[in-house]
Design a protein around this ligand. Structure first.
Ligand SMILES: C[S@@+](CC[C@H](N)C(=O)[O-])C[C@H]1O[C@@H](n2cnc3c(N)ncnc32)[C@H](O)[C@@H]1O
Ligand code: SF4
Length: 489
């Protein structure tokens, strides 16, 4: 059964101190989370996850290759560090729940032609940026990045280093998504050798019934063998991905999986709410909806998860993410330096992000841009010597201001008006009067506190941070009723 309200005990001591402190001078954020069933049910609605603002729905084909090139060159004056995202779309088998951009195939000869195009794109992109600009963040995502062979991994990293200057291991955040079924023998040692120092492992659920229903059969042994190898090789931060809301799951069954994960103590955990959008993602049609847990059971799983993880010492960082208190993300949240982008939370705020490969999204200057989503179109552009940007958006000043506000709230669970006023030369109350009025109900419900100096999200509001951010989203009214966004909880 669900407790109606339950406070997680972690850092409970710090809370009283924080309550007594004025908002503007607040130091460490209150990192507790309270699960309030009635509020969660009342506020449950579809909404963006704010990996970007404006969201990808607003991207426009009018933003093209020519404009992208100009913007990249303009950013060179800043000398800002760079972040590189590489998309490797291939997977050996399809997991029925999957909402990622992937191509399921057994044919590994598809890889080399893809990488050849990626190398050409790397060369075209690197020509736009000053050689002095250092890459501080690099990520291989998918699909399944380790679908490619060891030799191809070496080659991809060597090509990257040929075109870009990578920061040293102590500074750079070099991460990769690993499907443990695709990491054999010496893969992990090889990844460390070529420069990776962080990884996330896809697990989802260890229950064999769940695994069969979603076509992802993966043993604990193969999963933990990869985790141990990563530790042995000196990977600094290991994260594990789980999903709740999959067929046959109950709070009890999910806690079994969770306990096995807790026992091996990863630095971070992502516990994603299963986004079931079968009209958009074909493989999801192979999931029997009668086997999905009803909303009440999903909430039981969420509550049990938060309690179990916080009791075991992990902090809820926000938006499905948990971290141990000594992990750099938890520290960055306390210090006010946490940042969020397409790859999730990060400690590198000020990079220009280059998306490389099919479907990748970049964030350069005050723009977002996306590469072609179909492989043949991506190849056609590259073969013709064009960058494969097919849509994007230039942020207006209002977009930039609102993005700053939403990012601060989502990462830090607080907002200091004077910081926004200083950064953007505006009066917060004047600029956001209408938006602040939308938060009145949430304040009355105990989700947040507003005073003349700022907003503080309270422990009951942390799980509903998307709702709070939506009040500052200028595109929200148009978006409502459009569908396509997942539920907040
Ligand atoms: C690109 S995938 C992972 C990489 C790798 N291919 C793997 O499966 O281990 C990133 C993560 O997204 C999550 N994910 C995929 N589809 C999802 C969905 N429909 N709802 C929620 N999370 C999902 C899974 O937890 C998955 O591990
Ligand atoms: S979850 Fe990972 S392995 Fe499964 S289909 Fe999606 S990207 Fe591929």
């Amino acid at each position: 059964m669900l407790d109606k309200t339950r406070t997680t005990p972690s850092e409970a001591g710090a809370q009283d101190e924080d309550t007594a402190r004025p908002l503007a001078s607040e130091g460490a954020a209150d990192q507790r989370t309270v699960f309030d069933l009635e509020l969660i049910q009342r506020y449950d609605q579809s909404g963006p996850r704010y990996t970007s603002y404006p969201t990808a729905v607003e991207f426009d084909p009018a933003f093209d290759e020519t404009r992208y090139k100009q913007v990249c060159q303009e950013t060179n004056a800043s000398g800002r560090p760079l972040s590189l995202y590489f998309h490797i779309p291939f997977c050996d088998t399809v997991c029925f729940y999957c909402a990622c951009n992937k191509i399921a195939t057994k044919d590994r000869t598809l890889v080399q032609p893809y990488l050849e195009r990626v190398y050409k794109e790397l060369a075209m992109q690197s020509a736009l940026f000053d050689d002095e600009r250092v890459v501080e963040q690099l990520h291989w995502g998918g699909g399944t990045p380790t679908f490619i062979s060891g030799a191809q991994m070496r080659e991809l990293m060597a090509e990257t280093r040929r075109h870009f200057k990578l920061a040293d291991d102590e500074v750079g955040e070099y991460s990769i998504e690993i499907d443990p079924r695709e990491a054999k023998g010496d893969t992990i040692a090889l990844l460390r050798e070529i420069g990776f120092n962080r990884m996330s492992l896809g697990v989802q659920d260890f229950d064999p019934r769940v695994q069969q229903a979603v076509n992802r059969v993966q043993s604990q042994d193969e999963t933990f063998a990869v985790l141990e190898a990563a530790r042995r090789e000196g990977f600094r931060s290991i994260s594990i991905d789980l999903i709740y809301g999959l067929p046959h799951q109950t709070a009890e069954s999910f806690l079994d999986t969770l306990d096995k994960i807790i026992a091996v103590g990863p630095e971070r955990l992502s516990v994603f709410n299963y986004a079931h959008l079968p009209r958009r993602f074909m493989p999801q049609r192979r999931i029997d909806e009668a086997e999905l847990p009803p909303p009440q059971v999903k909430l039981e799983i969420l509550q049990a998860t938060i309690e179990r993880l916080t009791d075991a010492g992990w902090l809820y960082i926000g938006m499905d993410h948990f971290a141990r208190p000594d992990d750099e993300l938890a520290l960055a949240q306390r210090n006010g330096t946490l940042y969020r982008n397409f790859q999730g939370y990060s400690t590198h705020a000020d990079c220009d992000l280059l998306g490389i490969g099919v479907t990748s999204i970049g964030k350069v200057g005050a723009t977002y841009s996306q590469n072609r989503r179909e492989l043949d179109e991506y190849y056609a552009d590259i073969d013709a010597g064009r960058l494969p940007v097919f849509r994007g958006i230039e942020l207006t000043r209002d977009d930039e201001i609102r993005r700053d506000v939403i990012t601060r709230l989502i990462c830090l669970f607080k907002l200091d008006f004077s910081e926004v006023e200083r950064t953007w030369d505006l009066n917060f109350q004047d600029y956001f009067g209408r938006d602040l009025a939308k938060l009145q109900g949430m304040q009355a419900d105990g989700l947040l506190e507003i005073d003349s100096s700022g907003i503080r999200v309270l422990p009951k509001g942390r799980l509903l941070i998307r709702n709070i951010c939506m009040a500052f989203d200028a595109y929200m009214e148009a978006k409502q009723g459009q569908g396509g966004f997942s539920k907040v909880i």
